[in-house]
Design a protein around this ligand. Structure first.
Ligand SMILES: C[S@@+](CC[C@H](N)C(=O)[O-])C[C@H]1O[C@@H](n2cnc3c(N)ncnc32)[C@H](O)[C@@H]1O
Length: 247
């Protein structure tokens, strides 16, 4: 997939089409983690900043913030937010960073390429962009959550007397062959998107040069996953992985 073309094309409809992790963060964990690492003498980089949804959190918490993204059209929207201590740069996270090393890196729903080697390169590049001992906060799609949401969908149909075998295939995000599913490829709006198991992250993040310091759920309401969830559908909620790592 050509990410630059894909995201540039999506840019005009970005706010309508793309999931907003900050608004959906049910227990407001993102601002808590950002503030935990923020400091008026520290610098931050947001890898894949999109149109700058993280800036209202990062900009007040850090001395300066560098937002990088592959899409120039999204960077233009981010620039219009006009945060005084934020600078922007077009950059592909799968390529070596050519930026001053930062104290903190943030990367929310970016490292989810269907090409596995690209994900490893992106993690390595985020690690390279940090000062020794610096922290990165990563938000990554969860395979476990996608499977659990599919299970909840099956329960909803069952309650209406429909067997799993009779649920229309388009209701599920899993497409293609079994090997795709086993490798964590889930289709979101028909885009193959890498989803991770926690155990996989425990293997690959250290290989990319990180020590995991926290791995927890970033939870969202059920209406982010299911079209008409029953009103009483509560915890466990669907989630992304929220991973705090040290370089
Ligand atoms: C789902 S959006 C998330 C945006 C933002 N992090 C947020 O949470 O609002 C994915 C972002 O990753 C960017 N992106 C995709 N591939 C990239 C790459 N190879 N290098 C840098 N940015 C990339 C896209 O342009 C888009 O802004």
């Amino acid at each position: 997939m050509n990410e630059k073309k894909h995201w540039d094309q999506l840019a005009p409809e970005y706010n309508n089409e793309i999931f907003d992790a900050y608004a959906s963060d049910k227990f407001k964990k993102l601002p808590r983690y950002i503030n935990k690492h923020g400091s008026p003498i520290k610098t931050a980089i947001d890898f894949g900043c999109g149109n700058g949804k993280s800036f209202p959190y990062l900009a007040p918490a850090f001395k300066s913030v560098l937002g990088v993204d592959i899409s120039k059209r999204l960077l233009k929207q981010a620039a219009a937010l006009n945060f005084k201590n934020v600078t922007l740069k077009a950059h592909d996270v799968t390529r070596k960073p050519q930026v001053p090393k930062a104290d903190f890196a943030f990367c929310c729903n970016v490292v989810m390429f269907p090409d596995f080697d690209k994900n490893i390169k992106a993690f390595q590049n985020i690690a390279r962009a940090l000062k020794p001992g610096g922290t990165a906060l990563l938000v990554l799609p969860s395979l476990d959550s996608a499977l659990f949401s599919a299970w909840q969908l099956i329960q909803m149909y069952k309650n209406e007397g429909v067997k799993a075998a009779h649920i229309p295939a388009h209701e599920f995000h899993f497409k293609g062959n079994m090997r795709n599913i086993l490798q964590g490829i889930v289709h979101i709006d028909n885009v193959p998107t890498k989803h991770y198991s926690a155990s996989e992250l425990e293997v690959i993040l250290p290989q990319a040069g990180f020590t995991i310091t926290n791995l927890e759920k970033l939870e969202y309401d059920w209406n982010t996953e299911l079209a008409n969830p029953p009103k009483n559908l509560g915890a466990p909620y669907p989630w992304d992985w929220l991973v705090e790592v040290r370089a």
